[in-house]
Design a protein around this ligand. Structure first.
Ligand code: ATP
Length: 236
C-alpha cells in the first residue's frame, strides 16, 4: 500500500551506558509483517527502544531511504509508532480518552475521523468506549494499546510482545490483528516469544541471540530451519 514503510538498518549498536547490548545488527523490514524472535535478554526490546529513540544508537537507520531522526517525537512524526511491552495505557481514563491521546499529533476534526476508523477496525472497542482502560482484560488492554498506536496513522508499527501473558485465544486474536494491519498497508515489526504462532502469521523473521542476528528468512522457511526447530520449537 502507499503508506507501507521500508526500514533499512546497518551496523546498529545500542545499549545502556557503557554496556553494549546490540553490536553490528544489520537487517531490513519490508512491507508486510516481520517478526523478531529470540530468547529472554537477547536484546529484542533494546532493538525496538533504539529504533524509537528511547535510548541512543549508533549505525545507519533509513526509513524509506531517509535518515531516521534520533528524537522520539520526530520519529513519531516520521511515521513510526511503538506499542511497548506492558502497554502503558492510562488505566484511570476511558478507552476513548486513551485513543484521543494517541491522536495528539493531529487536529481535532482529523482526530475524530481517525477514532471512527479505529473503532471500525476494532469493533470490540466501540462497545467499550466508555470503560476505564484499567478495568479491561489483558487482551482487551493490548487491543487498546494497538488501536492507540494506529491513531497516529503510522507507516511502520512496532509491537513488543503483544501476546505476553495472554490466554491462547487472545494470543491468536492479537496476532490476527497484527496480520490485518500489515495487510491493510502498514508495515509491522513485531517481537514475539510465541515462536510457532508468530511464524505462522508473519511474512519474514529474524532470530536475535546475545545481541546479534543469527538467522533470517521467509517465515515458513525459518519455521522449518534447524536453529528455530531445535531452540524454539522443541523439535530435534
Ligand atoms: P525479554 O524478552 O526478556 O524482554 P529482550 O530480548 O527483549 O528480552 P532486552 O530487554 O532488550 O532483551 O535486554 C537485553 C539486555 O539488556 C539484558 O541483558 C538486560 O538485562 C539489559 N537491559 C535491559 N534494560 C536495561 C536497562 N534499562 N539498563 C541496563 N541494562 C538493561
Amino acid at each position: 500500500g502507499p503508506r507501507s514503510a521500508h526500514l533499512k538498518v546497518r551496523n546498529l549498536a545500542a545499549g545502556y551506558g557503557p554496556f553494549l547490548v546490540l553490536r553490528g545488527v544489520t537487517f531490513e523490514v519490508k512491507p508486510g509483517l516481520t517478526v523478531i524472535l529470540g530468547p529472554n535478554g537477547a536484546g529484542k526490546t533494546t532493538l525496538l527502544r533504539a529504533l524509537n529513540g528511547l535510548i541512543p544508537r549508533q549505525g545507519e537507520v533509513l526509513l524509506d531511504g531517509e535518515d531516521l531522526p534520533e528524537k522520539t517525537h520526530e520519529i513519531v512524526r516520521g511515521g513510526i509508532a511503538l506499542v511497548a511491552e506492558g502497554r502503558q495505557l492510562f488505566p484511570q481514563m476511558t478507552v476513548l480518552e486513551n485513543l484521543e491521546l494517541g491522536g495528539w499529533l493531529v487536529a481535532k476534526a482529523e482526530r475524530a475521523a481517525r477514532i471512527e476508523r479505529v473503532m471500525n477496525d476494532f469493533p470490540k472497542l466501540r462497545e467499550r468506549a466508555r470503560q476505564l482502560a484499567g478495568t479491561m482484560s489483558g487482551g482487551e488492554q493490548q487491543m487498546v494499546a494497538v488501536a492507540r498506536a494506529m491513531m497516529s496513522a503510522p507507516r511502520l508499527l512496532m509491537l513488543d510482545e503483544p501476546s505476553l501473558g495472554l490466554a491462547p485465544r487472545m494470543v491468536d486474536e492479537l496476532l490476527a490483528i497484527a496480520r490485518r494491519i500489515a495487510d491493510a498497508g502498514t508495515t509491522v515489526l513485531m517481537v514475539e516469544q510465541n515462536v510457532k504462532k508468530a511464524l505462522h502469521v508473519a511474512d519474514r523473521g529474524y532470530v536475535l541471540e546475545r545481541g546479534a542476528l543469527v538467522a533470517s528468512g521467509p517465515a515458513k522457511l525459518l519455521a522449518r530451519s534447524t536453529i528455530v526447530r531445535e531452540a524454539y520449537l522443541g523439535a530435534g
